[in-house]
Design a protein around this ligand. Sequence first.
Ligand SMILES: Cc1cc2nc3c(=O)[nH]c(=O)nc-3n(C[C@H](O)[C@H](O)[C@H](O)COP(=O)(O)O)c2cc1C
Length: 444
Amino acid sequence: MSKKLVLNAFLMSTGHHEASWRLPESDTTAYREVSHYQELARTAERGKLDSVFFADSPSIFGDLARRPSETIEPALLLSAMAVVTTRIGLVATASTTYQEPYNLARTFASLDAISHGRAGWNVVTSADLKASANFGYGEPPTHAQRYERASEFLEVVLGLWGGWRDDHRVADKAAGVFTDPSRVQVLDHVGEHFRVRGPLNVARSEQGHPVIVQAGSSGPGIALAARYAEAVFTAQSTLEDGRRFYAELKAAARKAGRNPDHLKILPGLVPILGSTVAEARALEQQLDDLVVLDLPLAQLADDIGIPAEQIHLDAPLPDDIRPSSEVQGNRARYELVVKLARSEDLTVRRLLLRLGSGRGHRAFVGTPEQVADTIEQWFTGGAADGFNIMPAVLPSGLEAFVEHVVPILQRRGLFRHDYQGTTLRDHYGLPVPAVRAAELAEVG
Ligand SMILES: Cc1cc2nc3c(=O)[nH]c(=O)nc-3n(C[C@H](O)[C@H](O)[C@H](O)COP(=O)(O)O)c2cc1C
C-alpha cells in the first residue's frame, strides 16, 4: 500500500474525557506546565505521528467548574514544543471571527519559521457564541456572517503568505543589498471586511506556508473546506456516516478544481485502550463514574431549547427539540448529538456520558489490535485519510497509542516507520504552494 495514513494527536490538558483530571494518575497542575506539552510532543514524535493539534477559543470554552478550562494561547505553546522536537507538525486553531488577518498571518508564519515548516492553522469561525462578548459585539455574528467573513479572511491571509518569492534574500555584503524589493509583493486588498496593504513582515518557510486545516462540517463549512482546506478534522460516529462525508467533501474539492488527494480527511477517534477488552471497559467505567452530569445537562437543555427540569436522565431525548436551522453556534455538532441519541436510542444519561468522553467523536474502547482494525477499516474503506487521535487521558493515552497501536499499523504497512521529510507538508503528502502572483509588484 503506497498511500500512508495521517495520524494527528489532538491534545487537551489532562485528556479529552471530561473527568480525566480526577483519575488518581492525573497531575492537576500539568495542564499549565510547558514541560507537560513538550513531553507530549516528544512522545508523538517518537511514534512518528504527523502532527499535534490544539483547539482554541478566545473565551472560556466548556465547563469551568468541572474540568481544567484555562487555555494557554496555542501558537505560543506550539513554539515552545517546536524547540524540543525536529519533525512533528504543529497545528493550532485560530478564529477568523475574532482576529485580524494580518496578525494571524504573522503569528502562523512566525510559527512556521521557528519550526522550519511544521506549522498548520485550523481555520474556525468560532463555535462559542460567548466569545463575541469579548470583542464588543452586541449580538453574536450569525453562522452565515461568520462564514462570509472567513472566506475573505482566508484570501487575505493566503495573499500575505504568498507575497514573498523564495529568492528574495540577496544578502550581498559587498554591494550592501539585503532583500531584492522586486521579489516582495504588496497585496493591496480592499474588500467588504478588510483593507490590507501588505506585505507581511515574515517570509515563506521551507513548506511555503502553513497547512490550512478546517473543522466545520455544516454546509458553509464544507464549502469553505472544499476551496481552501488541505486537511479537515471532523466528528463522524459510524463508518457509513464517515464514508458519506468523505465522498461528499472529496467531490466538492474536485468540483472546486482541486486535486482531492490534497485534502486529507481526518475523523476524530477517542481510543480507550486496555490489554484486554475487560481492562479497557474498566478504564471507561472508572472515567464515567467520575463525570458529574449537572452542567452537561444544563448545556444540553440550552442547546435543545427545553428546560433542564423537564428532561429525564433515564429517558430518551424529548421529541420537540429545536431544529438545527435555529442553531447559530456549532450547527454540525448539534446535528451530530441529536443523531447519536436517536440512532443509538440512548437515554439522556448515556448520551451525556458519550459526549463527556469525546464530545461526539467516535469513542473506541478495546485492545490495540481492535483499534488498529477500526483504523484500517475506515482508511481502506473510503471513510478517512487518517485520524485525529484524541486520547481520553493524557499523557498515558498517547503513550499507549504510540507504544501499542502504532507498531501494529507499521507492521501492516499502513503507517511510516520513519519520517520521509522534515515539514508538515512532507508528512501529509501535500505540495508546496506556489507564490501567489506570477508578477510581483515592488514594495515601493
Ligand atoms: C476536531 C474538531 C476540532 C475543532 N476545534 C475547534 C476549535 O478549536 N475552536 C472552535 O471554535 N471550533 C472548533 N471546532 C468546531 C468547528 O470548527 C466550527 O467552528 C463549528 O463547527 C461551526 O461550524 P459548523 O457549523 O460549520 O460546523 C472543531 C471541530 C472539530 C470537529
